[in-house]
Design a binder for this molecule. Structure first.
Ligand SMILES: *[C@@H]1O[C@H](CO)[C@@H](O)[C@H](O)[C@H]1NC(C)=O
Ligand SMILES: *[C@@H]1O[C@H](CO)[C@@H](O)[C@H](O)[C@H]1NC(C)=O
Length: 278
């Protein structure tokens, strides 16, 4: 409105105004959803040792990185590749957040892989978490295994200010419901979805004005049973991190992740299954 009335008075040329308006709109729509893709955390798996520059191990890693970045699997939001044998075995797993497949997943892979290699130079093993994806590099095949050792919790320092009892009740219901969605609903973005999406997102009213927004996800290499186990385990393992009623928290793991905030942070429309409104 402001820009339009400006234009009609002819104070500034239309193309520049249109450009400015577009930029403002873009910035607004991104920040209003909080759809950022920031670096969150990483862990160098130093016990796996380092590879030498120019080694077969490094070449195997480079080959996998190239294949994943040009490959089509990012369309589904998950990719896994392993290459080499013995000492030179390299296994890379990429899991993008349920609402971030396709080009978003591809670009998250590029940033996260660069970030991991910079932070854990020449380590054979490492995990990095971004808002929209996680990557694990490993010198062993970790596909399908539950990993509880490399998880961590990050929480908002501020409290939500709700009655803790009612906050926890609502939290439990929301996460119970999201876990059910994750392990039962089929991935509607895939033509031949046979397996649940292992991703659930949604919101729950906290009071008249506020809502709690949540998301749970397992990496796609897990079975339904393992996914359920991972979510239940992580929720219990980290309850001290947020159950005092924090405004938001996330648990980052190799096998499963979850997050909640008092503001929306996933795209409700692009998820692989229905977005819960409760
Ligand atoms: C976006 O996220 C920040 C915290 O990072 C929060 O303070 C803000 O309220 C959020 N914006 C909206 C519109 O939800
Ligand atoms: C959510 O979970 C609660 C129990 O925790 C259950 O009573 C309710 O029916 C569930 N709602 C949905 C939409 O699944």
């Amino acid at each position: 409105m402001y820009f339009l009335s400006f234009v009609s008075k002819g104070l500034v040329s239309v193309p520049i105004l249109a450009m400015m308006a577009t930029q403002v709109l873009l910035i607004r729509s991104v920040s209003s959803l909080n759809m950022t893709n920031s670096y969150l955390n990483h862990k160098c798996l130093v016990s796996q040792g380092k590879y030498k520059p120019g080694s077969v191990h490094e070449k195997n890693l480079e080959a996998i990185i190239h294949s994943i970045s040009v490959g089509e699997n990012v369309i589904s939001g998950y990719d896994m590749m392993s290459f080499g044998e013995g000492q030179d075995l390299v296994c890379v797993i990429l899991q993008c957040r349920g609402d971030s497949y396709g080009s978003k997943c591809r670009s998250c892979f590029a940033s996260a892989m660069a970030g991991l290699r910079r932070r854990c130079p020449r380590d054979k093993g490492g995990i990095i978490w971004f808002d929209q994806c996680l990557i694990e590099i490993s010198s062993t095949d970790t596909v399908g295994q539950l990993n509880y050792d490399d998880s961590l919790c990050m929480s908002n320092a501020k409290n939500a200010g709700d009655d803790p009892f009612s906050f926890i009740m609502k939290w439990d219901t929301l996460f119970d419901n999201l876990t059910t969605i994750a392990i039962t609903e089929k991935n509607k973005n895939l033509k031949e979805a046979t397996k649940p999406a292992l991703y659930g997102a949604g919101e729950k009213r906290l009071g008249r004005k506020r809502k709690m927004y949540g998301m749970v996800q397992c990496t796609d290499d897990l079975s339904i049973k393992a996914c359920n186990e991972c979510l239940v385990h992580s929720i219990l393992q980290f309850q001290n991190c947020w159950k005092s009623g924090k405004r938001g928290a996330r648990v980052l793991g190799r096998s499963c992740n979850f997050r909640y905030e008092l503001y929306p942070f996933v795209n409700a429309k692009t998820g692989p299954n229905s977005y819960l409104k409760s």
